[in-house]
Each structure stands twice: as C-alpha cells, then as structure tokens.
Design a protein. Structure first.
Length: 345
C-alpha cells in the first residue's frame, strides 16, 4: 500500500469537487481501514457540490466528501477483534457519541453529538476510509459491492417505510427520487396493498414503475382523486411517506389520507413552510420525522429483506469509473437519474 491515495475533496468554497492526492488515513486502536470499491452519489453530495447555504454552514473546506460506500477491510486497530482483514463491508456514516441519554439507552441514531462521514468528518470518496469498527456493517455474499454502496440511502427508505405497519395498507409516497422509489419497493415487499408514488418528473416516475410494482402518478397531469377511485379506495391512503420536501405534496398527502392516517416525513422543505395544522388535527393524523437509519436495526432489516428477495437494483441507472465523477455529478444534478455508483477499483 502506498501512503497516498486519490480523494474527492471540497477543495474550494465554490461549486464543484476536486480530485486530490491525500495521505491514507491513520487508524486508531478501535478503527478499521477500508479499501473503497464502490460509492454512491447522494443528494447530500449534490448540496456539497453546489455549495448552497447549508453546505457552506456545515462542511469544512478541504474535507474529503462522500458517505455511501462498500469496500474491504485492509487494516485492523489493535482493539478490534471481531472483524477480519478482507471482510467485505459497508458502514454507518453517522459517528455517534457515547455520552447522551439517547446513546446510552441504545437509540444511537438519536444521539445529538453525531458527526457525519463526508459531511463533518473525512469521507468515503477516497481509495481508503478510516471508520470506527463499531460502524462497520459486514456484507453477506448475497449483497454485491454496488448494492453495498447504496445501503445508506436504502436504509433511509427502509427506516421511513417501516415507521408504520404497512401490511394490507394503502400507501402514498410523494417524491419519486431514489429514496422514494426504494421506499415504494420496500412497502410492496412487506405487504402493502396499493402503493402510489407521485412526482412531476416523468423520468423518475418511469423509473419508479421499473423498480417496483407501484402506481406512478404525475400530479402535474393526473388527478390523484381519480386514481384513488380507479383503485377502488373508499376513504383514502392509510400511510403517507413524504420524500419531496415539497409543500404542495404534503398538502395533497394530508388531503388524501384517511382519518387517523399516519405520515413519515423524510423530505426536507427549504426553510419554514406553511402547514394547515387544523386539517391535521381534525383528521387525527400522526406525523413522524425520520432521521438517518436506526443503528443497527435498520441495517439488519434491510440486509435480511435483500436476502429475502427485495430487489432495488434497477434504481442504479448509471455506473462509472470515479475518474468520470464530473459526468456523474452533472447527470445527478440534471434530475434525470436514479442512483449513480462510482467505481474506485
Ligand atoms: Zn446518502
């Protein structure tokens, strides 16, 4: 192993990412070193590329970006006894503290001291990544590297989808980005009856229909109420998953839900957004904000479902060598792609 590596760095406080040579990270006694094989480009990475207000506030200039990865362990810290050199793995990108009440009660994903790989701490868009052994998720043979590289966003989808019981329920998903599409596939897999997914982007709706057995609805052209009538839905959807951060989508979801319906919110609205709270109160709707993945329950569930036939591979629309990363980011920014996986081997 040489002691330098290629890494995609937020080198300047302006739009873009830059490929640089960086030292291979040194690991501590409780860490492992992972040789990265595949990485996924996330919406978060697009914010960092664009250098929007959030990124400027959050990401230090000079940081190695990226948090969706699969690779292989090549070095073990001296305290690490339960992992092996050569183990294929992905990993949780939230680095948690161990002091908060939430952490000490095992709700690791709710720890307020959490720091993000590729957001606050050196990331996975590199040939090597240092990761606490605690965060490593070994991959079974049934999960190859490109699926391993998108377990982070699949985890968001699974966490959102499993927020409420979906067996026999009618589900509305607003926002057909990769996470919305994967959530639709999960809802189907676990036994929802009708799964309707809405967007205004025809490419994304076409991709949704390709990945999962769902009803895509372009709300710019079709009337959701008419679709519901056609499906024979008497009252409305039982469960909603809001994945778009779009105000009109949330309004439409509240309107289309049954009395006592439940909503899981993963989409992030741009700033404060007006909500018709009285409608939510009078419909007795439960709303849950979803953050990250449950560490490590969501990982366990998604790996088990993948082993049991959950198929989300078609959500990967582009595969490219990491040297073509500019093309990857431009494609992603166009909104005309699903997941894009970069190959570091
Ligand atoms: Zn991500």
């Amino acid at each position: 192993m040489t002691n330098m590596m290629k890494a995609l760095v937020k080198a300047k406080p302006e739009p873009g990412l830059w490929m640089e040579n960086r030292p291979v990270p040194e690991i501590g006694p409780d860490d492992v070193l992972i040789r990265i094989k595949k990485t996924g480009i996330c919406g978060t990475d697009i914010h960092i590329w664009n250098w929007d207000a959030w990124a400027e506030r959050t990401v230090p200039v000079g940081l190695i970006t990226g948090h969706e990865f699969a690779g292989e362990i090549v070095e073990l810290g001296r305290n690490v006894t339960d992992l092996k050199i050569g183990q294929r793995c992905s990993g949780e990108g939230h680095l948690i503290g161990k002091h908060s009440r939430q952490s000490r009660s095992g709700k690791f994903h709710l720890d307020p001291e959490t720091r993000g790989v590729g957001v606050n701490e050196p990331g996975a868009f590199a040939q090597y990544l240092r990761l606490p052994a605690f965060n490593v998720v070994p991959l079974p043979d049934a999960i190859d590297d490109e699926i391993g590289a998108i377990l982070d966003p699949l985890g968001n989808a699974v966490h959102t989808a499993l927020s409420f019981d979906l067996i026999g329920e009618d589900v509305l998903i607003t926002g057909a980005g990769p996470i919305g599409i994967m959530a639709a596939a999960v809802a189907r897999h676990v036994g929802a009856r009708h799964v309707v997914i809405t967007d205004v982007n025809p490419d994304r709706l076409a991709l949704a229909a390709k990945v999962a057995d769902v009803v895509p609805v372009n709300v710019a052209q079709e009337d959701l109420k008419a679709v519901m009538a056609k499906l024979g839905m008497v009252q409305g959807f039982d469960v909603g998953m809001e994945m778009s951060g779009n105000q009109a989508a949330l309004d439409q979801m509240v309107e289309a839900l049954v009395m006592g319906g439940r909503i899981a919110l993963l989409g992030i609205p741009p700033g404060k957004s007006p909500v018709d709270w009285s409608r939510i109160v009078f419909k007795a709707i439960t709303i849950k904000g979803v953050y990250g993945r449950e560490i490590f329950e969501t990982w366990y569930k998604m790996i088990a479902m993948l082993e049991n036939g959950l198929d989300i591979r078609a959500v990967i629309t582009h595969r490219m060598k990491v040297d073509d990363f500019r093309e990857g980011f431009e494609t992603m920014r166009s909104g005309k792609s699903g997941k894009i996986v970069l190959d570091w081997t």
